[in-house]
Design a protein around this ligand. Sequence first.
Ligand code: GLN
Length: 541
Amino acid sequence: MKQTKYIFVVGGVMSSVGKGIAAASIGKILQSRGYKVANMKADMYVNIDAGTIRPAEHGEVFVGEDGVEADQDLGNYERFTNQTSKRENYITTGQIYAEVIRRERNLEYGGEDVEVYPDIPKEIIRRIKVCQEKNKSEITIIEYGGTVGEYQLLPFLEATRMMKAKNPNDVFVVLTSYLPTPSLLGEQKSKPTQHAVTDLYSVGLNPDFVLCRADKPATPDIKRTISNVCSLPIERIISAPDVYSIYDVPVNFEKENFGNILLETIGLPPRQKDLADWTALASKIKKIKKEVHIGIVGKYFNFKSCKDTYISVIESINHAAWNLNYKPNIVWLDAEKYENDKRKLKELDKLDGIIVPGGFGKRGTLGMMLAADYARRNKIPYLGLCLGMQIMTLSFARNVLGLKKADSTEFVFDTPDPVITTMQDQIEKIKNKNYGATMRLGAYPCVLKKGSLAQSAYGASKISERHRHRYEVNPKYVEQIEKAGLIFSGKSPDGILMEIAELPKNKHPFYLGTQFHPEFKSRPLMPHPLFSAFIKACIKK
Ligand code: GLN
């Protein structure tokens, strides 16, 4: 079999400098040169997947077609390369250990003792190869979570070292570093990067490239210093300054000639080159002047990180708005404040539309219902995503049907009116505290009602979208709700599960919620039809 290439993207100096975007951009530029790429993420957590991790701290849980609950970076990969990530594209320390221990219990090590070294790195290597095979990729880009020097990264770096020792011409390391500019000095410093490089040396790895993240482009002096320390030609020190939008990153990489140098380094000839659409989008974004004001009513806000917590929602808004030549101005509205003071709902008047995104647990849900009711009465465009659809249904049941205590069994277990109820197959799982990867996950088909807002937005009668939930609209209330005017315009093909709720066009300009998560399927050059329809309604307002 032809040898395939592996590029490891490793962080140095500090985290949260855009390693995921860098890995996605490498995928993008190699793909634009005609190569079949796969992007993979390896997380250091002992968690088996991201499904049990708090999004406010660790970012959104991204859901794949096959139902994998993964790190948000898989979303970046999908948005950049427009390829669907598979379960195999995501590994964690937990998965690696679980498999090694499973094998040990089955006597598959034939009586040998099983050790962290080499059995853990060997399993990591096996999983990287499984990902390559599943994706049939010519180049596999593996992003490691965390930064060099971290204890938990060692088995992964060792896996890379073992692979490189065996196939030095097929395995490469890109160090994503950071150049700080201390305000007192006003100049970039390379010393932390030098330390990161030394850390890599100490585990037997040399970087093949250094990506210099910084607020400004790396100066020639700094590039020269780093090139000397790493014994690398200067053109392999790549400048990666802050950019207007993340979609500029591949374009900037190409300005540094990164694509050509990368292919030359890994020993592959360039094929076609086609980044034109992407480059056009990245430059168009900067010229957009008109703004559309969108409020996100939620609760996972701890200011510094709501960008990560709702990244796919934000990007979906961006894609749809840009496509319509508008620049979104997103404001974060903490639902709980409406519970204490309903007058604060008036702030919604200043917005062109609101979104209630996904979420779990009771906190904030009353405030979200109040916002949903306010948007319904005042004809403010409303888009509900998963929890947001449940919220608008509950708010409708309370305020239009008069079921004042309508609730979800998730929030009030013994509510007299469980308009949102626990899905049948979830009851046992919740009772047994069997929470990991047990929600209704991944892609399911949905049939759209003729003449509905949803159907006209999609321009199709059957669609498929990704899910992540345990609760659903209670079938017992469907007739009552529809009679009162809220229509279920999307249902599972057997008609049992309510997937989309909406008010008819003559009642409200845009009032729609989905039990699924459309935000996972929006792409920069292919905005999601529901987000496009929502933003159009917002612009009209
Ligand atoms: N908590 C709700 C449920 O489990 C909604 C989930 C979500 O928004 N992803 O059904």
